[in-house]
Ligand binder design. Sequence first.
Ligand code: ZN
Length: 115
Amino acid sequence: MTVNKISNLRIDVLNTINEIENRLEMLGRDEPIFGFVSSKYIKCGKQNCKCEQGKQYLHGPYYYLRMEPEYRYSKYLGKRIPTNIEGRIDVGNRIKDLIRKKKKLLETLEKLENI
Ligand SMILES: [Zn+2]
């Protein structure tokens, strides 16, 4: 590659990184959630409740938010998924995706510097 081509490529990469950073800043304002929703059936713990008698009598399903990094059942959501949760998870996924892209671009940039 010629010096000129490398220089142009470097500018392209830097511009793309800049765009990604702007988008990350905007997405960060939308209260991202890093995790996902899952449901489970539970035993309530009350003595003599029917749920003690077998799986088919368990209570639920109840929804929980499972957050990074360990994806434990970190936050109880209830019998329904609150309306804004899925959107905020989507924002979280978009942020993670952009961070991955940015990381790759930074690696490309490093390679270009070493040519
Ligand atoms: Zn019960």
